[in-house]
Design a protein around this ligand. Structure first.
Ligand code: FE2
Ligand code: FE2
Length: 142
């Protein structure tokens, strides 16, 4: 069976591919928002309980930065996928993700399979499988 750490890391890989791809950025942005939702609502609370306050705090701040960038990028992409501003915004988003994901993968995700009790862990698995972010949800530091 796939560990939670592996499943979460796979989401990073899939989202990165979508952000790099042609015509897949809007879907990747939606996937990144959903990924941030599941982290902030389902993963971080039990990790915080387990004592990882500092790392969780840093991740929340970085999510807020990514969220703002996505808010800027998304309407431009919808309006005109050839808009020249997209290139540099995309690079900024990729740079933020590149600074963020390795920290989660090294510090937080390895705890996911040990720090979460059975209920939290099955809730997270169910969401990874089929959950969707509630309409209008915004991240903690948006
Ligand atoms: Fe994150
Ligand atoms: Fe993540």
């Amino acid at each position: 069976m796939t560990t939670l750490a592996q499943a979460l890391q796979q989401e990073h890989v899939d989202i990165d591919a979508g952000i790099d791809g042609e015509g897949t950025m809007l879907d990747a942005i939606a996937a990144l928002r959903r990924h941030i939702y599941l982290e902030e609502e389902l993963l971080f609370p039990p990790l915080r309980e387990a004592g990882m306050l500092g790392p969780v705090m840093v991740m929340l701040l970085e999510h807020g930065q990514m969220w703002h960038l996505m808010d800027e990028l998304e309407p431009i992409l919808r309006e005109d996928p050839a808009d020249p501003r997209i290139g540099s915004l995309r690079r900024d988003l990729v740079a933020q993700i590149e600074a963020h994901n390795p920290k989660e993968e090294m510090i937080l995700y390895p705890q996911a399979d040990t720090a979460l009790d059975e209920e939290s862990s099955s809730e997270l698995r169910d969401f990874l499988e089929a959950g969707s972010m509630p309409d209008g949800w915004v991240c903690d530091r948006a």
